[in-house]
Design a binder for this molecule. Structure first.
Ligand SMILES: C[S@@+](CC[C@H](N)C(=O)[O-])C[C@H]1O[C@@H](n2cnc3c(N)ncnc32)[C@H](O)[C@@H]1O
Length: 225
């Protein structure tokens, strides 16, 4: 167990098809990065000099949001973290098809990455549909806690934004409590997809899964003032 942080999700799913295996072998090494050798990680080392703003997505899954945000904002650098290799391979396919050059990736657990990240270096953090761990005895595995929000806050610039989303009612209530128990970020907007959804975030694979099962999603937008 590294740094006392344990990742409970899957790292591997079904075997990858040939094209995705090739992308993992050829494209991933160009986008992948590690932070093992630095004490403080400055994201500017990942991108060309012209890029001055950085956005993080934690648990990008199939990469739908990361790819959308990166293609809409070519002047910003996007960092995606997800240890699930099948998701990484899907993201690589989008990056390759759309020739996107402002995404960098790591399989690191978000908590390890955030601890080393330079303070006040991010403009936005997306954390969408992370595992809700519905059983009571697994609640301690949930990523979003007030401490996690505080940690994100230290890495956001002034006016930086944190987006949280879930389709699990219990996790929504848990997130609301976590938000209430921290003072670093201000809750400025909520969306419930029964009525409305944020127009600037695409429907990800997990939101679509929820919609197909008649479950609505809840989004929280928080800002650092
Ligand atoms: C349920 S999927 C949702 C994926 C995507 N955000 C979506 O909306 O379709 C959650 C993803 O978060 C990743 N994940 C869970 N805990 C994480 C952590 N501590 N750091 C980085 N990624 C994590 C998992 O590997 C998984 O791919």
């Amino acid at each position: 167990m590294k740094h006392g942080v344990k990742f409970y999700g899957r790292r591997l799913g079904r075997s990858l098809r040939v094209h995705k295996t090739n992308l993992v072998e050829d494209l991933l090494p160009k986008l992948n990065f590690d932070i093992a050798t630095c004490d403080v990680f400055d994201p500017h080392v990942l991108f060309p000099e012209s890029i001055k703003e950085y956005v993080l997505e934690i648990g990008f899954g199939g990469g739908e949001n990361l790819v959308y945000q990166a293609s809409q904002n070519p002047e910003m650098g996007f960092i995606g973290l997800d240890p699930f290799m099948n998701g990484v391979a899907s993201l690589l396919q989008h990056v390759d098809n759309q020739q996107i050059d402002n995404i960098r990736l790591s399989p690191l657990d978000a908590r390890i990455f955030l601890e080393k990240l330079k303070p006040a270096s991010l403009s936005k953090v997306f954390t969408l549909f992370l595992d809700p761990w519905p059983k009571q005895r697994h609640h301690k595995r949930r990523l979003v806690t007030s401490q996690f929000i505080d940690l994100c806050a230290t890495k956001l610039k002034s006016e930086g934004e944190l987006y949280l989303a879930t389709d699990h009612k219990g996790y929504e209530i848990w997130m609301r409590d976590a938000i209430a128990n921290q003072q670093s970020l201000k809750l400025v907007e909520e969306f419930n997809t029964e009525f409305t959804r944020p127009s600037f975030i695409p429907i990800t694979r997990y939101e679509e899964k929820a919609l197909n099962q008649n479950r609505f999603a809840h989004y929280f937008r928080l800002i650092k003032s």
